[in-house]
Write a protein that binds this ligand. Sequence first.
Ligand code: AMP
Ligand code: MN
Ligand code: MN
Ligand code: MN
Length: 285
Amino acid sequence: MLNIDLHCHSNISDGVLPPAELVARAAANGVQVLALTDHDDVSGLESAQAAAAAAGMTLVNGVEISVTWGGQTVHIVGLRIDPAFPVLAEGLHGIRLGRIERAQRMGDDLARAGIAGAYEGAYDYAVNKQMVGRTHFARWLVAQGHVPDTRTAFKRFLTSGHPGYVEHEWTTLENAVGWIRASGGMAVVAHPGRYAFNARQLHLFLDAFRALGGEGIEVITGSHHPSEYEKFAELARAFGLKASRGADFHAPGEGIDIGCLPPLPYYCQPVWQGWPELASHSSLS
Ligand code: AMP
Ligand code: MN
Ligand code: MN
Ligand code: MN
């Protein structure tokens, strides 16, 4: 079976490994085809491509775009994008400018709750200074001894109703899918099981996504409990969406490791079906 992993993060966003080390880890885990999908940034792709070429691995250019739809944050993965395409590059740049302003408001909110210096602390944790996110705040909160681990950081802080959480307007679903498609890529709904949609909202969202030209949905992801795989495989089939597989790896010891997921259910149509860059890999399942 082809070992393909189409969702992971380097330290260009909120992962901890530099792109080349991420690729080396994937190769060591037996991954043959990897997509690097940093949040709202594509600047890790060049060094990831070089490392993949050296390791004899296929690297798919990817990104994970932050979107606001129906008052909620959703993530749209773009696969086989052209990172140099101006409309995509400019759109992502706009999102990153919004992130800086949001991070300052998060810091202010934590300060009001008695935790000073969080913005500066999170900023120090971010390798890419345009990409300060909640994970950097979480890591700083752990290092400062406010919480024992990042999971607890997201439970007590940084999430709705807790200090450090601020409302933020990301880009629109239309923009995200449009930029991905205009650059030659395929849009995929990331970790659908993570959203607080009820069934009706989820169906409306998938209808809107498809109407805009979205083509795929993650079925096997580190964000889904194994008991959810079947549900999202059925949903993919019902909505005529292709199925994707990706660990959403961020850091060693956190969640499922890169390339270590079960295969897609047999009846799914994989997002990678027909990709020419996969022809060199012996078995396509
Ligand atoms: P941001 O885009 O800055 O809002 O950060 C979102 C990122 O935070 C996600 O991609 C995850 O990496 C991380 N995250 C969100 N919720 C949790 C959680 N409950 N536990 C651990 N990490 C989380
Ligand atoms: Mn993340
Ligand atoms: Mn995500
Ligand atoms: Mn992700």
